[in-house]
Design a protein around this ligand. Sequence first.
Ligand code: HEC
Length: 172
Amino acid sequence: MKKLMFGMCAASALMLAACGGSEDVSETDEPIVESSLSAEESAEMEAIISARQDGFKTFGRNMRAINQSLQSGSPDAAVIAEAAATIHETSMGMETWFPEGSGPESGFETEALPAIWENPEGFAEAVMNFQTAAAELDTIAASGDMEAFQTQLRATGGTCGACHDDFRVDDD
Ligand code: HEC
């Protein structure tokens, strides 16, 4: 596919223009997979994907902070409440993190599965389940009820895992 595209690009000035107007398209240029995006659109996709991956890293970091505090023997309610608030705030807007074209077909490294766009209703539901759980986690953390918090933490973690099962590359 890649070779064929290069062949087509070299075939005529017209095709060159369609391929971005640059003659020195190199094998190492990003994106790694042929894509129909312009350089500008491609840069935008890369930014969208890396911003959402940062969002997920924020979830991971804050879930770890919560678990470490809980397992430390002397849970720090302030640390836990702050982490839960960060997870809640970061979860808002998640429905905009996966625009059409930001999957593997973008050519950029992503663990987003095509199922996200093939089953938009299922994905929207997974996003909403998580956002609802994260909002509740924040509320309970602020209340300081540690027992209720632990229950809600498990429920929230369950919504992370449920989405990963269906919509994220399984890297185990
Ligand atoms: C609605 C679906 C969904 C929910 C909810 C969700 N994730 Fe993910 N997660 C994904 C997808 C899809 C990716 C892959 C994103 C990519 O690579 O573009 C991902 C990636 C990640 C990554 C890897 C980030 C990186 O690039 O290094 C971590 C860590 C992560 N999620 C943790 C969590 C945690 C913790 C929660 C819950 C607090 C959570 N996720 C909730 C779908 C979800």
